[in-house]
Design a protein around this ligand. Structure first.
Ligand SMILES: Nc1ncnc2c1ncn2[C@@H]1O[C@H](COP(=O)(O)OP(=O)(O)OP(=O)(O)O)[C@@H](O)[C@H]1O
Length: 278
């Protein structure tokens, strides 16, 4: 059984067609990233999968059940990290995590989760006294305390400093390594590239591309730009497969220390896909 199976998902707000017939499959244990510009329909789609919003059409199965009708036992198998979930609570980090642990049948240890999100030094601090990035880590702790099979992460690293983002990525990889399926929405292309097994780009309520970070939108086939120095001059060639050229350069005794091969970045590909590049 897949973790998420969606066919023909539709949602309209009054006269705004926010989601126009999406098909999506996320396998168990996969990290799947949903990308797309503001207003593309990511949050609407994810909220439907979480059972927090009703759909107007289509078939949705999340951990084998319809989120529109699934009950509390289904809910305890998913974890959700919302944007700005933990408000300025007067509880300490440990108190909050223990409190939320009480809602789940088999929660992780509070101290273990606090350590996983790197908040052990702040475990006795009141949440309202934490920085924005530290509060996001509390959100993540609350999302994983119930040992979810499927974790929804909505723009999880907004406000994180670079070091905290790297630590967070390691945490996500650890969770995925333990078999947790992860659906991530993010505006950071480097984050999607670092974490996702597969990703989909949503634009104006429809999926415009789907693939691995390496192959999305024909990225791998899109060609490579090869540059090297020859007789004091820079030579450049653009070609689909650089293998033959590189073999020839090596056979000719070209100084390969100057060789560079560049491909479109994920960001280049993404911007092309959403029509944002001229
Ligand atoms: N409750 C609502 N009522 C009316 N329209 C809504 C509602 N929620 C979202 N929309 C509209 O639906 C469209 C999709 O919004 P959605 O929040 O799903 O986009 P998103 O991809 O998550 O954007 P962002 O990256 O900004 O979070 C937008 O045009 C938005 O204005």
């Amino acid at each position: 059984m897949e973790a998420i199976e969606v066919t023909g998902l539709r949602k309209t707000y009054k006269d705004k067609e926010a989601v126009r017939g999406i098909d999506l499959v996320v396998a168990r244990g996969e990290i799947f990233a949903l990308l797309g510009p503001n207003g593309a329909g990511k949050t609407t789609s994810v909220e439907i999968l979480e059972g927090h919003r009703r759909r107007d059409g289509g078939d949705v199965r999340v951990l084998g059940e319809d989120p529109g009708t699934a009950g509390p036992s289904w809910r305890s198998r998913i974890g959700i990290v919302l944007q700005d979930a933990s408000d300025a609570a007067d509880l300490t980090v440990t108190e909050m995590v223990r409190h939320v642990a009480g809602f789940y049948p088999e929660p992780r240890e509070a101290a273990e989760v606090i350590e996983l999100v790197g908040l052990t030094p702040k475990r006795n601090s009141k949440i309202r006294k934490l920085s924005g990035g530290q509060r996001r880590r509390v959100d993540v702790a609350l999302g994983i305390i119930g040992r979810p099979e499927l974790l929804f992460l909505d723009e999880p690293t907004t406000g994180f400093d670079p070091q905290a983002r790297r630590q967070f990525w390691d945490l996500i990889r650890t969770l995925a390594g333990d078999g947790t399926t992860i659906l991530l929405t993010t505006h950071y292309l480097d984050e999607a590239e670092a974490l996702a097994d597969r990703l989909a780009v949503l634009a104006d309520g429809a999926i415009v591309a789907e693939g691995t970070p390496a192959t999305l939108g024909g990225r791998a086939a899109g060609g490579a730009k090869v540059s090297w120095q020859e007789n004091g001059r820079t030579r450049t060639e653009q070609l689909a497969d650089p293998s033959d050229l590189i073999r020839k350069l090596a056979a000719d005794g070209t100084d390969l220390r100057t060789l560079t091969i560049t491909r479109p970045t994920l960001e280049d590909t993404y911007l092309d896909l959403i029509g944002a590049r001229r």
